[in-house]
Design a protein around this ligand. Structure first.
Ligand code: FAD
Ligand code: NAI
Length: 473
């Protein structure tokens, strides 16, 4: 029998590594088990987010956006950039360097906080025991008073479009293209489809996005979703709604995709195809039979509001449990669970989790849409402000989009904030704070905002709730 720990965390993604560090900061003896093999053949920390998710995708989004600015927008500002070209391999190398720095940084944080990093595949074998199998197949068992499962998620594969390396890929493959495909197909107009579709469209691909449902971004307020769709279309993304993919055929270097839409059977040919139709929990094999931890039919580990599983000493957090599959949600659950294990009272406000789509402009939201609030029978009042009327947006050459606030008509309490516009992902923190503190729209309207900032659109939207926006006729 090896060491005994207060807490063993399985998985070192943003859920697991944050939970392990927090638990160690609370004075607990902690180990974190990770099996992810990085590009250099060694175990790396950081999970999906750092290795093949949030960070590499944002590195490509930023680089491709700067390329578009330099190529098309600088001239408006009087900047003569000459002939602008993108070296895709260099862009990829930069992305890989950022990933390497960050994943390596977690090992440093573990050391600094006294977290024991265990390499291998972890399995919960009893309510207080984790078995770890290393790369050579050697198994060791560790005792722990508490176990946190943070095993994450993997992309969903669909029978009509089996993956084929380098040609039909998931999001991980789409972060590795070494040249810009001429015709790029994207299945799913979800967050990954729009972000990665944008990257390659900016670099010159003809991008077609096939989306099964008729509604575009149904989780975003209708007005904001509509404007986003218009803006992305203007940028060249051909988003086909109500287009359900039914089959595909690889023909040499191309892939022919069959789909059905309102007009019947259709087909299109692409040089690369990205399948991004959602992610599923990665829980198979993480819990031994007979431990008594319940999972649902899709593999999500069943937990209560404080991430307790059906076995009291075992918690589960992040993408492998209910709720949005977001890095910051996983991390906050990790902190909550560590605090509970350390004997503190802790809870999370699931109604105030922000979402951001890092297209240009960004789409960000928190709380209810106007449509959701009405469907719940809540009488609402709303205020919106277009960036076209913002001085800072004009100076920034970023006048597209709007900020919208949804408030309870009776109490004035802010129920939701939805924004499409440059830096929406930064601005949405104001909506999160408003929801967290139970602010009224008037509270925001009476707050002094710095001028000139993009955030003034939030201020004006709050003023607009009572019809008193200053810079809007
Ligand atoms: P993961 O990050 O998946 O980590 C789980 C870890 O557990 C992995 O390292 C895995 O190897 C390990 N593991 C699993 N089973 C075992 C086992 N048995 N033993 C040992 N280790 C194990 N979210 C955002 O909030 N913002 C974004 O901008 C964003 N962009 C994204 C872009 C892309 C392309 C993708 C794919 C995802 C993106 N996400 C984003 C989602 C985000 O990556 C996830 O929500 C987040 O990583 C979930 O964290 P987690 O810790 O629950 O799981
Ligand atoms: P998603 O759930 O966001 O979108 C998948 C889309 O595919 C849906 O619109 C669905 O209707 C469509 N679809 C499903 N089957 C289809 C078919 N046969 N034909 C056509 N369309 C089909 O999933 P996605 O984009 O794969 O992302 C997974 C998760 O990763 C996100 O939900 C999010 O939680 C996380 N993520 C977060 C990011 C962020 O925070 N910026 C960025 C990227 C991912």
């Amino acid at each position: 029998m090896a060491d005994k720990f207060d807490v063993i965390v399985i998985g070192a993604g943003p859920g697991g590594y944050v939970s392990a560090i927090r638990a160690a900061q609370m004075g607990l003896k902690v180990a974190c088990v990770e099996k992810w093999i990085g590009k250099e053949g060694k175990v790396v920390h950081g999970g999906t987010c750092l290795n093949v998710g949030c960070i590499p995708s944002k590195a490509l989004l930023e680089a491709s956006h700067k390329f578009v600015e330099a190529k098309h927008d600088f001239a408006d500002m009087g900047i003569e950039a000459g002939d602008v070209n993108m070296d895709v391999k260099k862009m990829m190398a930069r992305k890989d360097k950022i990933v390497k720095n960050l994943t390596g940084g977690i090992s440093g944080l573990f050391k600094a906080n006294g977290v024991t990093a265990i390499e291998g595949t972890g399995k919960v074998v009893s309510s207080k025991q984790v078995e770890v199998t290393d790369q050579d197949g050697k198994a060791s068992t560790y005792d722990a008073d508490n176990i946190v499962v943070a095993a994450g998620s993997v992309p969903v594969e669909i029978p009509p479009t089996p993956l084929k390396e380098g040609l039909v890929v998931d999001s991980t493959g789409a972060l590795e293209f070494q040249e810009t495909p001429k015709r790029l197909g994207v299945i799913g107009a979800g967050i990954i489809g729009l972000e990665l579709g944008s990257v390659w469209s900016r670099l010159g691909s003809e991008v077609t996005v096939l989306e099964a449902v008729d509604d575009f971004l149904p989780m975003v307020d209708g007005a904001i979703a509509k404007e986003t769709q218009k803006l992305l279309k203007k940028q060249g993304l051909d988003i086909k709604l109500g287009a359900r993919v039914t089959g595909s055929e690889v023909k040499g270097e191309e892939v022919v995709v069959k789909y059905t839409d309102a007009k019947g059977e259709q087909e299109m040919t692409f040089d690369k195809l990205i399948v991004c139709v959602g992610r599923k929990p990665y829980t198979q094999g993480v819990i031994a039979d007979g431990v008594g931890i319940e999972t649902d039919e899709r593999g999500f580990i069943h937990v209560d509001d404080q991430c307790r599983t059906s076995v009291p000493s075992v918690y589960a957090i992040g993408d492998c449990v209910r709720g949005p599959m977001l890095a910051h949600k996983a991390s906050e659950e990790g902190v909550m669970v560590a605090d509970i294990i350390a004997g503190h009272k802790a809870e999370m406000n699931y109604d105030a989790i922000p979402n951001v789509i890092y297209t240009f402009p960004e789409v960000a939201w928190v709380g209810l849409t106007e449509q959701e609030a009405k469907a719940k029978g809540i009488e609402v009042k709303t205020g919106a402000f277009p960036f076209a009327a913002s001085g800072r947006a004009m100076a920034n050459n970023a006048t597209e989009g709007q900020a919208k606030i949804i408030a309870d008509a009776e109490t004035d309490r802010v129920l939701g904030m939805h924004i499409v516009g440059q830096h929406a992902g930064e601005m949405i923190a104001q909506g999160v704070i408003a929801l967290e503190f139970g602010s009224s729209a008037e509270d925001l309207a009476l707050t002094c905002y710095a001028h000139p900032t993009m955030s003034e659109a939030v201020h004006e939207a709050a003023l607009a709730v009572e019809g008193h926006a200053i810079h809007m006729a």
